[in-house]
Ligand binder design. Structure first.
Ligand code: OAD
Length: 243
């Protein structure tokens, strides 16, 4: 299966990749769903919403402060590095991530779209200006803008739209790629989940990497069951070997 997938990757001129929380699992970032999922302890559905922030910004920021500290201690794993390496050999490439942890960029990925924002950025709730807030732990909870208004994490919450530019770039890559790689996502959250199906509909080869079956597993061309940190480096090595 790896050999077949590696051959398809080598033959493709335009590659798009969609990643989810599973790609950072081996770095120590908890996934949202499944064993050890963040939601078990914190009910993210109740915290990652505009309504929760309006009701209790302190509670929401305490949760983000906890996540920021956890993520700050995490480093990119071999899966992130393999995707950065794939970018450097692909003619056309876009890495679309649902993750907000910045680990792809830390691993060297540059042709990157963050669909759900970035946990290290904040946005003023009055002026909408975006800035970096690297403090860990936060000096003040909830943090405030210089103008006095509350700052919020620059991430997408439930019920909010995705950044238009990011979604357009992702959709265009899905529509035009020859190969679409789906890694470590449960494909349950829209619109990200529809991207591999768009690619498939346009004739792209779709390869999935996940230890568990997902709702799209039966639709993909090659399903590689296993951990991203093991499968992706093996895939890259096999791609080189098949040259
Ligand atoms: P999920 O937590 O829903 O899914 C994680 C997936 O990673 C599951 O399918 C696991 O089987 C898989 N997985 C676990 N360990 C893995 C490993 N070592 N290698 C590869 N795969 C592994 O996370 P997402 O699909 O990213 O959005 O969730 C999508 C969105 O739901 C998140 O971006 C977040 C959440 O609501 C927002 O907050 C807007």
């Amino acid at each position: 299966m790896i050999t077949e997938a590696a051959k398809r990757i080598r033959e493709a001129r335009a590659i798009a990749v969609l990643t989810g929380a599973g790609v950072s699992a081996e770095s120590g970032v908890p996934t949202f769903r499944g064993e050890g999922g963040l939601w078990r302890q914190f009910r993210a559905e109740d915290l990652a919403t505009p309504g929760a922030f309006a009701r209790d910004p302190r509670l929401v920021w305490e949760w983000y402060d906890w996540r920021r500290q956890k993520i700050a201690a995490c480093r990119p794993n071999p899966a992130h590095h393999a995707l950065a390496a794939l970018e450097s050999v692909a003619a056309e490439f876009l890495l679309i991530t649902q993750n907000i942890d910045d680990l792809h960029r830390k691993a060297g990925s540059r042709r990157l779209v963050e669909l759900h924002g970035n946990i290290w950025r904040v946005r003023c709730t009055r002026e909408a200006t975006v800035s970096a807030l690297p403090d860990v732990p936060l000096a003040e909870i909830p943090p405030r803008c210089g103008c006095g208004a509350l700052l919020r994490p620059d991430v997408v919450w439930f019920g909010e739209s995705l950044p238009v530019d990011a979604l357009e770039r992702a959709m265009q890559a899905a529509e035009t790629c020859e190969l679409f790689l789906v890694v470590g996502t449960s494909t349950l959250v829209q619109p990200a989940a529809s991207l591999p199906l768009v690619a498939k509909g346009r004739g792209a080869v779709v390869i999935e990497v996940n230890p568990d079956p997902t709702p799209i597993s039966h639709l993909v061309d090659v399903s590689l069951q296993g951990k991203a940190g093991e499968i992706l480096p093996a895939l890259l090595a096999a791609r080189r070997g098949s040259a």
